[in-house]
Design a protein around this ligand. Structure first.
Ligand code: F0G
Length: 453
């Protein structure tokens, strides 16, 4: 059961099927464009949508709003440094700000960044810095077997990219995204991370963690890695960070922030460059675009992130949700991680090719049928448009992510989602495809306008 009780509640909207159909059309069949007031159960993201604890709310009053050297920053810095062990701790307003500052401060132009899976904003920020983000998903990620660490990358391909005579652009950075949000929310194992760190170091390329879900990764390690049996998620997480030359973290996920993030670095010169950009574009080095009270709530949230009772409940709720969806006839990626269940839209809608955006079709149906909003993670989000106007390069898979905001929805909310998904699965063969009518140059899934084919 949930290791907490509910202290404040927020009503959720209920709409008629007619209102939902009209809302969907007005939103250009893109669920990002719906108002939240039109959504009954919002599984669009687990980012910034968590419920803060009573302790976090009370920490807000301790916020020191001094411009420079605030007490709240020192508390934040101590909490982040204890977790990461890294010398330099830069606060930022959210993860993508850390990405922008880091990629603008490293020599990324004309080079590749190598990752188990870059998330959408990471891709955009590498591209904006003139680099090329290359995903190297591991062999386990590509098959349907329930491998425990499908977040691991392909070590052979990494070695090939890092080899001295490798043709093509050199590597600017090696990244492990924990957990691999773009690929299924799967964890990375510590032994694998050690291997990746060693290879990056041997090649003289910095190795960073994209650590938004560091606590869930660590918890899954304690459950799936025999070498970590009996260890705490906090210990496992601390060790993982210490393998890296730096990290960035959206604290809107595991750290229970509604806003916030950090960038940590070991290298003094790189930290100096990043700090200068931080001051110019986010805020002074002791607040980085956050208020003192945010820093307090985040420091408290960081400690709660690795609470064993909370993490055990998080894992078991997600596992229950995945099983219930499977039992309802909906194909899901297995084994599920913690932050989301990923539906395999290509398997459910085999009559729709990638260019017909099957995961968009399923997303629209879940909204139409039950007011459930979730995030497409297929060719709309991860397909690459052809600059010459030809057909897109499709995504590796056509996934639909049902993300679980932390400490927000109960099982009866999720039972509604399962019933909605079962109804959608029952009429899967009648669901039609979608086409893109209008799209921006980057991150098109946030604002593209779509239409039924
Ligand atoms: N890295 C990962 C792995 C993420 O999942 C996200 C955000 C970011 C970086 C960027 O962080 O949003 O604080 O700027 N993911 C959200 C999601 C938006 O829905 O998964 P941000």
């Amino acid at each position: 059961m949930e290791p907490y009780r509910i202290k404040a509640v927020e009503p959720i909207p209920f709409l008629t099927p007619g209102q939902r159909a009209a809302g969907l059309a007005a939103a250009g069949y893109n669920l990002f464009r719906l108002d939240a007031a039109e959504v009954t159960i919002d599984l669009l993201t687990d980012s910034g949508t968590g419920a803060m604890s009573a302790r976090q709310w009370s920490a807000l009053m301790n916020g020191d709003e001094s411009y420079a050297g605030a007490r709240s920053y020192r508390r934040f810095e101590d909490a982040v440094r204890e977790l990461t062990g890294h010398r330099h701790v830069l606060p930022v307003h959210q993860g993508r700000a850390a990405e922008r500052i880091l990629f603008q401060s490293l020599p990324v132009a004309g080079r590749v960044t190598l990752a188990n899976g870059h998330f959408d904003t990471t891709i955009a920020n590498v591209l904006l810095a003139g680099g090329d983000p290359v995903d190297l998903p591991g062999p386990e990620a590509r098959d349907d077997a329930p491998h425990p660490f499908k977040g691991n990358l392909d070590l052979d391909r990494l070695a090939a990219h890092l080899a001295p005579g490798h043709p093509g652009p050199p590597a600017a950075l090696v990244v492990l995204t924990v957990t691999d949000n773009a690929g299924g929310g799967h964890p990375v194992s510590p032994a694998h991370a050690r291997e990746v760190a060693a290879r990056a170091r041997a090649a003289g390329v910095p190795f960073f963690l994209d650590a938004a879900r560091f606590a869930e990764n660590a918890h899954l390690v304690t459950r799936r890695d025999p070498a970590a049996a009996g260890r705490s998620a906090a210990e496992v997480a601390r060790e993982l960070f210490r393998l890296a030359d730096g990290s960035w973290c959206s604290m809107k996920k595991d750290a229970f922030g509604n806003i916030g993030g950090f960038l940590t670095l070991q290298d003094d010169e790189l930290a100096e460059r990043c700090r200068n950009l931080l001051i110019a574009t986010e805020g002074y080095t002791s607040y980085g675009g956050l208020s003192g009270r945010d820093l307090e709530a985040l420091a408290t949230g960081l400690a709660e992130a690795t609470d064993p009772d909370y993490l055990a409940d998080r894992e078991s709720t997600t596992a229950w949700f995945a099983r219930a969806l499977q039992d309802a006839g909906v194909p899901v990626l297995t084994p599920p991680g913690c932050h989301a269940v990923y539906l395999d839209a290509a398997a459910l809608l085999p009559h729709l090719p990638a260019r017909s955006l099957p995961a968009v079709s399923l997303a629209c149906e879940l909204y139409r049928a039950g007011g459930v909003r979730c995030a497409e993670m297929g060719s709309l989000t991860f397909g690459r448009p052809d600059p010459a106007g030809g057909p897109d390069t499709p995504a590796r898979r056509e996934l639909l992510r049902l993300a679980l905001p932390r400490r927000v929805y109960t099982r009866s909310h999720l039972e509604h989602v399962v019933r909605t998904a079962a109804a959608a699965a029952a009429r899967a063969d009648r669901l039609g495809g979608y086409r893109i009518v209008r799209q921006p140059p980057h991150l098109r899934h946030f604002s593209a306008v779509l239409a039924p084919e």
